[in-house]
Design a protein around this ligand. Structure first.
Ligand SMILES: Cc1cc2nc3c(=O)[nH]c(=O)nc-3n(C[C@H](O)[C@H](O)[C@H](O)COP(=O)(O)O)c2cc1C
Length: 213
């Protein structure tokens, strides 16, 4: 694997200084997200979500960030999935966004809550019908016999609901919100002397400092 030694970007970006950052990290994260989406970063809302299972073992996978509201960071998934079981035993999560062309990373850690069912309904309703059918049909994280089995399941769901203009959101599908108590912005800089600004919530206040790269 020696050739991996030679892989390595030179990073460079605008200086990032805690003194210049907004006191509210949500303002900074929204600003960074707007910049990433406006700059055409593909799947700028794809993020790694880490959870911990009942034995204390971590697991990570990509999910899509679907909302940044006043309380936190929202994604949608299956409430019977592996990650949902993890979150039921340890209601904490960490998420990471990485935008290579911008040499930027955002790390977020906090507690987890389910989003209001009406909010999940509204988002479910906004999805394309095919995605709605898949969400109803797929027992996410369960072993399945074959792709044909899944396709049959999808056909069953489609035919059961074919006269319904609106499909009901299954109870087993909805949103989670990561309510952060730590947010870190990372801006790559030359010679690996990167800028890191960490926000920590303490007694309802956000404190920020600089971390060594
Ligand atoms: C680009 C990308 C986006 C994804 N978005 C989601 C998502 O928003 N929600 C979701 O449940 N799974 C999403 N997945 C699939 C997950 O990575 C994962 O396979 C699935 O949620 C099952 O994870 P689990 O078994 O750990 O619960 C996405 C995968 C990729 C590669």
């Amino acid at each position: 694997m020696q050739h991996l030694w030679r892989l390595g970007e030179q990073y460079k970006g605008e200086p990032l200084d805690p003194a210049q950052c907004d006191p509210d990290p949500f303002v900074e994260v929204r600003r960074w997200m707007t910049f990433a989406v406006g700059g055409g970063i593909p799947q700028a809302n794809a993020m790694t979500l880490a959870t911990v299972d009942e034995r204390g073992r971590p697991a990570a996978r990509i999910v899509l960030l679907k909302d940044i509201d006043d309380r936190g960071f929202v994604f949608y998934t299956n409430y019977d999935s592996r990650k949902a079981h993890d979150l039921a035993s340890h209601p904490y999560a960490a998420i990471v966004l990485f935008w290579e062309p911008l040499h930027r990373q955002i790390r977020i850690e906090g507690t987890i809550e389910k989003v209001d069912p009406l909010e999940s309904d509204a988002y479910f309703e906004s999805r394309p019908r095919g995605s709605q059918i898949s969400a109803i049909a797929s027992p996410q994280s369960q072993p399945v016999a074959s792709r044909a089995w899944l396709e049959e399941k999808v056909a069953e769901v489609a035919s059961k609901h074919h006269e319904q203009a609106r499909l009901p959101r299954p109870a087993s599908w909805g949103g989670y919100r990561v309510v952060p108590d730590m947010i870190e912005l990372w801006q790559g800089q030359p010679s690996r002397l990167h800028d890191r600004v960490r926000y920590q919530r303490s007694d309802g206040q956000w404190l920020r400092d600089r971390l060594a790269p």
